[in-house]
Design a protein around this ligand. Sequence first.
Ligand code: GUN
Length: 171
Amino acid sequence: LLEPRPSALDLDTFVAHYGNIFEHSPWVAEAAWQQGLNTEHDHPDRLAELMGHMLQQASSDEQIKVIRAHPDLAGKAALAGELTGDSTREQAGAGLDQCSPEELERFERLNAAYQQKFGFPFVIAVKGLDRHAILNAFAERIDNDLATERQTAVEQIIRIARLRLRARADG
Ligand code: GUN
């Protein structure tokens, strides 16, 4: 006799749990569920990989919309306390809430120049990085071409998702 799988979630429950793993983009969780992912959700890294495939396989327009759903690092929304819970924790975890006026100005300039060049904000998984490392990565990546930077942002967003799912699993 087969027990019903305790981990199988219906679509609404799955999206209620995981719809915010990709910033303001619940369609990623919904697409993953449609692929039969509802029994994988108790393995955070596996779930991140499979949800990540949904984003990797999306059109470049859809990918860019997800990238654009991210707030600037040390940006105006962060200073105004308007970020999602995850973004607030991630930015504070990297010390971005403690920037000196000079560092804030550097972020402001890089955010503007990056947005001007690529048409979307700079996204990087900040866990384990400090302000110095983030600013170095920022200054390097701004020299990339558009296709490279879109793919890099998608990879970083999947990494952010993995870290968010691990944090959920750790309670
Ligand atoms: N990396 C982790 N969190 C964030 C965020 O809120 N914004 C950006 N741009 N990158 C991030």
